[in-house]
Design a protein around this ligand. Structure first.
Ligand code: E4P
Length: 241
């Protein structure tokens, strides 16, 4: 399963990229507005930061507007995937953009029948929002199972992108169900890394290591000497520039 970061924050994206953890990005108007920056330069920087699909959402309500925005986004970078909402106008725009070989992520999907229509319109991704369904006492993950079954029955190639992920169990269940992608906020990605037994185990290993007499750790003292010497060398060359 691929992992996308649901964020327009460049610091979060850079950090996740440095872990080798993410395959793409999803954004939405709320996430972009949170950054308070000029939209196009931000979008460009996101595309330069993450080497994978970057979903950008249209903000028109009519198909013609969505198509126009989608064409403009697509020209900006080859990694762009245009997000259109799961409305009649959104489906029209999806069909048109897809016919122009522009990839579309059909977003705000809350039912399996909506997902069926997204696939028929040619969506590249469909984004079912599991957390927002859970919020109103519906089983978000059950929807993922239904969509996977329906797409499997008829061989649709639309990829299921699990969205509105709120906690690690959503990610675990998405992977169990064979979802293609899960997109998550940085806080959830961080939670996937953490385990108390990892921290405890590391503390214990390092405490035991300290019990070894210094003369038995010559490798470590050598590498420390080399590492300590390195910043001084860098400093000298920087002042020389
Ligand atoms: C996905 O593309 C959406 O941006 C996102 O997952 C929505 O999540 P939320 O329900 O936490 O806002």
């Amino acid at each position: 399963m691929k992992i996308f970061l649901d964020s327009a924050n460049l610091n979060e994206l850079r950090e996740a990229v440095s872990w080798g953890a993410i395959d793409g990005v999803t954004t939405n108007p709320s996430l972009v507005a949170k950054e308070g920056r000029e939209f196009f330069p931000l979008l460009k920087e996101i595309c330069q930061t993450v080497n994978g699909p970057v979903s950008m959402e249209t903000v028109s309500r009519d198909a013609a507007g969505m198509v126009e925005e989608g064409r403009t986004f697509a020209k900006l970078h080859p990694n762009i995937v245009v997000k259109c909402p799961l409305t009649k106008e959104g489906l029209k725009a999806t069909r048109q953009l897809t016919s122009e070989k522009i990839r579309v992520n059909v977003t705000l999907c809350f039912s399996a029948t909506q997902a069926l229509l997204a696939a028929k319109a040619g969506a590249y991704f469909v984004s079912p929002f599991v957390g927002r369904l859970d919020d109103i006492s519906h089983d978000g993950m059950a929807l993922i199972g239904d969509i996977k079954t329906i797409y499997g029955n008829y061989g649709f190639s639309t990829q299921v992108l699990v969205a509105s992920v709120r906690h690690p169990l959503h990610v675990l269940e998405a992977a169990r169900l064979g979802a293609d992608i899960a997109t998550m906020p940085f806080s959830v990605l961080e939670a996937l890394v953490k385990h108390p037994l990892t921290d405890l185990g590391l503390d214990r290993f390092l405490k035991d290591w300290e019990k070894l007499p210094p003369e038995a750790k010559t490798w470590q003292s050598n590498s420390r000497t080399t590492a300590a010497a390195r910043p001084r060398a860098q400093k000298t060359s920087r002042t020389n520039r």
